[in-house]
Write a protein that binds this ligand. Structure first.
Ligand code: FES
Length: 566
């Protein structure tokens, strides 16, 4: 097969003419014939003025290129869609599959022998791994790295666990407008991804566990000089990949996915990671079952003391030993024969124990933060295909109980009524949000973390059981049951819940039951419910139409049916 710029010629009906034209145009960029004869390393480059997390990418790109050039390759970056979490309407998740298609198609269409995937902000790494898995070219991930923390009146701040804490205080009236405005300036103070174990950090750690990043690179802060050295080394490795051809399907296997699930549980990582990992694995025909998650969760302790489940930040995690130290603790539970991008197996990587581990942040296996894993799947009449609870970030006193449903039929209904002083709600009720799943027309927002009704938060209530088909930010916390599947908008039982219904939650038994007779539910199925559509996407054309017609449920990773491997 042709290499470098000779690969995949543009069709003009005359291959020699295509080659001649390509080289003359490549030479117009000032490259010498000698450089153009080298193996080509593509660099997927999602830099954007709408993505604060990637604002250091120009410098990082230079370091990757340096590594490629030094190792004898030709680095050529190509811009792709960039997904800046807080700049996208309705949600970044809706565009993850679009970015994955962009990455896949551009890897396939352009002449490169391997690819470096530069990503970081929440959905970018999953999108790149999905796209690269489908494209099948040797690929190595380089993550942005986390931000550094800020400080406000002597207190450390990090987006976005602290954003939520302070916002809850502001809603409860214990924080003034002047103070919340001051905090706004100090929550996100450097380039890089959110500095807690949110979705971006979780996905970075899982990418390292899958073996598709260089070892030891997931947690390096974005602004640390080590991050630039990691970028240079990644560029160098990408040139080796043009020779040894380690493709994503050799790294992402049922065994490495099980390792990643173990690490996800030990990190107390983001609930979103289950959706992303399922989608990435699904591109290669590897299925993740939520029953497997429960089996692993019972036997995998939480080892990492990081926000939102604990008290520290990613810069501490890096200094404490990072992913390598967590893998060392989990070693007896891991499949050590899994290959990694360097050519070593995971077992070989872990041959030498970490030199230093800060045990206040990464706990030893026999003295864990929690004895069981951070996430658990629930099943029952309210969630026949499952729902997710991040038990490590929830109030255990709420785990075994029955509650009366207080139902919101849409995001709009929620925002209109949640703070209504006349809302009939007590702290023992279960707040239920419907029509916020993948096909609801809202893009499955991170609104599963329903705010505590202000009359209760002012009375000091900090947590309640909340149930929805939405997602939750990886940086959030609370007794929040998410991803209820099937979702309300496709006829799932969640849509049949009415105010006053009794719901039973049992985390111990992994159950979520709607205690309403079948005849009543059958009758309700025939009743029309007035759901506000004002926040829905216009699915009559374009990408929104494609999304609404093809997006799968949460238990299938919210990928498109035609992108998943059979
Ligand atoms: Fe980009 Fe949090 S906003 S990772």
């Amino acid at each position: 097969m042709s290499q470098g710029l000779k690969r995949g010629l543009t069709h003009y009906g005359d291959p020699d003419f295509s080659r001649y034209l390509r080289y003359s145009f490549a030479k117009s960029m000032g490259y010498s014939g000698k450089l153009l004869a080298r193996p080509v390393v593509g660099i997927a480059y999602p830099s954007s003025g709408f993505n604060n997390c990637h604002r250091h990418f120009p410098e990082l790109l230079e370091a990757v290129k340096r590594g490629v050039l030094a190792a004898g390759g030709l680095p050529l970056e190509f811009s792709t869609i960039s997904l800046g979490e807080v700049f996208l309407n309705p949600t970044s998740l809706m565009f993850r599959n679009l970015m994955s298609m962009d990455v896949e198609e551009m890897i396939r269409a352009q002449p490169m022998d391997s690819v470096v995937l530069m990503g970081g902000c929440d959905k970018t790494v999953p999108a790149q791994l999905m796209g690269a898995a489908s494209a099948g070219l040797p690929a190595v991930q380089l993550v942005a790295g986390p931000m550094m923390t800020g400080s406000h009146r002597g207190e450390r701040l990090g987006a976005c666990t602290d954003c939520r804490r302070f916002w809850a205080q502001f809603r409860a009236g214990t924080l003034s407008k002047t103070e919340i405005d001051g905090i706004e300036d100090r929550l996100a103070v450097t380039a890089g991804t959110c500095p807690v174990m949110g979705t971006a950090s979780t996905m970075a750690c899982l990418a390292e566990t899958l073996g598709i990043t260089l070892p030891g690179t997931a947690a390096i802060p974005a602004v640390h000089a080590d991050r630039l050295r990691a970028a240079e080394a990644t560029g160098e490795l990408a040139v080796q990949l043009t020779e040894n051809g380690i493709t994503p399907d050799r790294l992402i296997t049922p065994r490495s996915i099980e390792n990643a699930l173990r690490v996800l549980l030990a990190l107390g990582g983001s609930t979103n990671a289950i959706i992303h990992l399922t989608a990435i694995a699904g591109r290669l025909g590897v299925k993740i079952s939520l029953q497997t998650l429960n089996r692993l969760s019972d036997a995998t302790p939480v080892l990492v003391n990081l926000k939102p489940t604990g008290s520290h930040y990613m810069e501490n995690f890096f200094a404490a030993g990072g992913v390598g130290a967590v893998l060392q603790e989990l070693k007896p539970l891991l499949h050590l024969d899994c290959p990694t991008i360097t050519g070593q197996t995971l077992g070989e990587r872990l041959g030498q124990a970490s030199e230093f581990v800060d045990r206040s942040i990464i706990h030893p296996f026999d003295k864990p933060v929690e004895s069981v894993g951070g996430l658990v799947a629930l099943f029952g009449s309210l969630a026949p295909q499952g729902a997710i609870l991040k038990r490590s970030a929830a109030d255990q006193r709420l785990f075994e109980q029955k509650g009366r449903a207080v139902v919101f039929t849409s995001l709009e209904d929620l925002s209109n009524r949640i703070d209504d002083p006349g809302l009939e709600v007590t702290e023992n009720d279960f707040l239920v949000l419907q029509n916020a799943g993948p096909r609801s027309g809202t893009g499955m927002p991170e609104s599963g973390y329903l705010p505590i009704p202000s009359k209760l938060s002012k009375a000091g209530v900090q947590d309640m059981v909340r149930i929805s088909d939405a997602r939750m930010s990886g940086t959030a916390f609370g007794t929040v049951v998410l991803h209820v599947t099937p979702e309300a908008a496709t006829g799932g039982p969640l849509g049949l819940v009415r105010n006053g219904d009794e719901i039973e939650l049992s985390v111990k038994n992994r159950r979520l039951e709607l205690l309403v007779p079948d005849e009543t539910l059958s009758r309700r199925r025939t009743e029309a419910v007035n759901v506000s559509a004002s926040q829905s996407i216009d699915a009559s054309r374009g990408y929104a139409k494609l999304y609404m017609e093809h997006v799968l449920q949460a238990d299938e990773g919210c990928d498109f049916d035609f992108l998943k491997s059979p």
